[in-house]
Ligand binder design. Structure first.
Ligand code: FAD
Ligand code: NAI
Length: 476
């Protein structure tokens, strides 16, 4: 008799491991299967996010920012650093330690919540009367387990450019980009999206000459135009060379590195040689090895597991969450879906509000937003009021020595309800939470404007931008 569970989760990234914990909290017997291996072949749950995504990228962003500050801005504070030297091996070791702490944390949480963890690949074997049989091949002997309900949370992989497969030595996905053993002199990045800008920033700060080649004619198309323009200006000033509107031609690895042929925005053919090339042009859903066909699990035309708004697949009692389904590929979106599905399985009313999912790009300054952009509102003919406040006029930002950027509020012209909040500036990743809370509670700009914010704090820029909606900012 195979082991039986109320819920089996396939994939232990933020979508899967959080779904497993929530289902266990709700009283179900739960198994989570994840195949990620660390360097020693051991279990490393946490998925892309923990192993080669959110966590290691933020560790390197922090370390590289310290390095840049020590080299460029400490002197202004009266701190003179002599003989500043990069120890990249130590920086990478620290990043690996941070990753391992997170892997171990998840294993601890599984134990605490009595989630049975299987280290291996799970694939559909058969639909049976009591649910679905899942075959596990991995660290332990091959075995079949049965789950009354299945949650698929198998995540995503980097999208390759045809003719330029990732070798992770010269042509790098996020995996190779987070593990370069030396700082490339010339680093190319194809795709000026979230990964391109974050990883481009890391290696630029550590000394690379970074060129970013982007197909679209505008910078960060999903971001509010005013914020994107400001971010473009700031990042170009820092030394990221960003070419928009390019068409990538052939890419060839040679003895010197990687040669990229492309046509620039004015139609001129160009060739550029890099020591290393990161390709960050989006990600594709990962259903490899899931054996979806054997049970008739439907994928959509783009290869995502097809689900309804509530993450139900076409099969009874089979759900799917996170990067492997439609919607933004964000860890917190995956987590929210995981919780909501576990609660729906328990007969509760799990809910994910797609209108209030925050986005953050962890460059310096950080870019963060929630809700609608000004260009969206214009396109939809919505009458709105806008208020902005620059960090330059914020006392805490001056004390920090980081006055770049601004906060921007968009509110309904009639009701004053907040429709979107956009920021580029210091700690925008933390500041955006206030806007998310406000929007969840359907607050008006005036609500934020009338709330007492600590002084001096960056959050006062949020309050002032809300005041600016009514043209009554106090400090600008
Ligand atoms: P994943 O995290 O991809 O996890 C899926 C897991 O399932 C993996 O462990 C995989 O090995 C396992 N798996 C797959 N198939 C099977 C199988 N058949 N059997 C067993 N196991 C299987 N998002 C943010 O919100 N903030 C950030 O700062 C951020 N930074 C990022 C930086 C980078 C460089 C990258 C690449 C991504 C980043 N993301 C970030 C996106 C985030 O990592 C993903 O949205 C998130 O990991 C999706 O979670 P998931 O659980 O759906 O999938
Ligand atoms: P992305 O979708 O953010 O950006 C891809 C960029 O590549 C786009 O600007 C696109 O126009 C461009 N592009 C596509 N094809 C191209 C081509 N042939 N030539 C040149 N440019 C091309 O994707 P990215 O950066 O790979 O990241 C994937 C996802 O991972 C993100 O969308 C995000 O969901 C997640 N992520 C989130 C982070 C965060 O929350 N801070 C950090 C990193 C990743």
């Amino acid at each position: 008799m195979s082991k039986q569970f109320d819920v089996i989760v396939i994939g232990g990234g933020p979508g899967g491991y959080i779904a497993a914990i929530r289902a266990a909290q709700l009283g179900f017997s739960v198994a989570c299967i994840d195949e990620w291996k660390n360097e020693k072949g051991g279990a490393a749950p946490g998925g892309t996010c923990t192993n080669v995504g959110c966590i290691p990228s933020k560790a390197l962003l922090q370390s590289s920012e310290h390095f840049e500050h020590a080299g460029h801005s400490f002197a202004e504070h009266g701190i003179n650093v002599q003989g500043l030297k990069l120890d990249l091996a130590q920086m990478l070791k620290r990043k690996d330690t941070v990753v391992k702490q997170n892997n171990d944390g998840i294993l601890y949480l599984f134990k605490k919540n009595k989630v049975t963890f299987f280290h291996g690949r799970g694939s559909f074997f058969a639909a049976v009367e009591s649910g679905y049989q899942i075959n596990i091949i991995g660290s332990d002997a091959e075995q079949i387990v049965t789950g009354k309900r299945i949650i698929v949370a198998t995540g995503s992989n980097a999208r390759a450019l045809p003719g330029a497969e990732f070798d992770e030595e010269f042509i790098l996905s996020n995996i190779g980009a987070l593990a370069l053993k030396s700082v490339p002199k010339k680093l190319g990045v194809i795709g000026a999206g979230v990964i391109g800008l974050e990883m481009g920033s890391v290696w630029r700060r550590l000394g690379s000459d970074v060129t970013v080649l982007e197909a679209l004619p505008s910078f960060l198309g999903a971001v509010d135009d005013q914020i994107a323009k400001e971010a473009h200006k700031l990042m170009s000033k820092q030394g990221l060379s960003i070419s928009l509107g390019v068409k990538i031609g052939t890419i060839a690895v040679n003895k010197n590195g990687v040669a990229v042929n492309y046509t620039d925005a004015s139609g001129v053919d160009k060739k550029i040689e890099f020591d290393r090339l990161i390709i960050s042009i989006g990600r594709v859903p990962n259903t490899t090895g899931l054996n979806a066909e054997v049970v008739g699990l439907n994928l959509d035309e783009r290869g995502f597991v097809a689900v309804d708004e509530e993450c139900r697949t076409n099969l009874p009692n089979v759900w799917a969450v996170g990067d492997v389904v439609r919607g933004p590929m964000l860890a917190h979106k995956a987590e929210e879906e995981g919780v909501a599905v576990a609660e729906r399985i328990a007969g509760q009313h799990g809910h994910v509000n797609f209108n209030t999912i925050p986005w953050v790009i962890y460059t310096s300054p950080e870019i963060a937003w929630v809700g609608r952009t000004e260009q969206h509102l214009k396109a939809d003919g919505v009458a709105y009021k806008a208020g902005t406040f620059p960090f330059m006029a914020n006392g805490r930002a001056r004390a920090l020595g980081d006055t770049s950027g601004m906060v921007k509020f968009l509110a309904d012209a009639k009701t004053d309800e907040i429709l979107g909040v956009h920021m580029v500036g210091p700690m925008a990743s933390e500041l955006i939470s206030e806007a998310v809370v406000a929007m969840e509670f359907k607050a008006s700009a005036e609500d934020i404007a009338r709330i007492c914010h600590a002084h001096p704090s960056l959050s006062e820029a949020t309050k002032e931008a809300a005041l600016a909606v009514d043209k009554r900012a106090l400090n600008f």
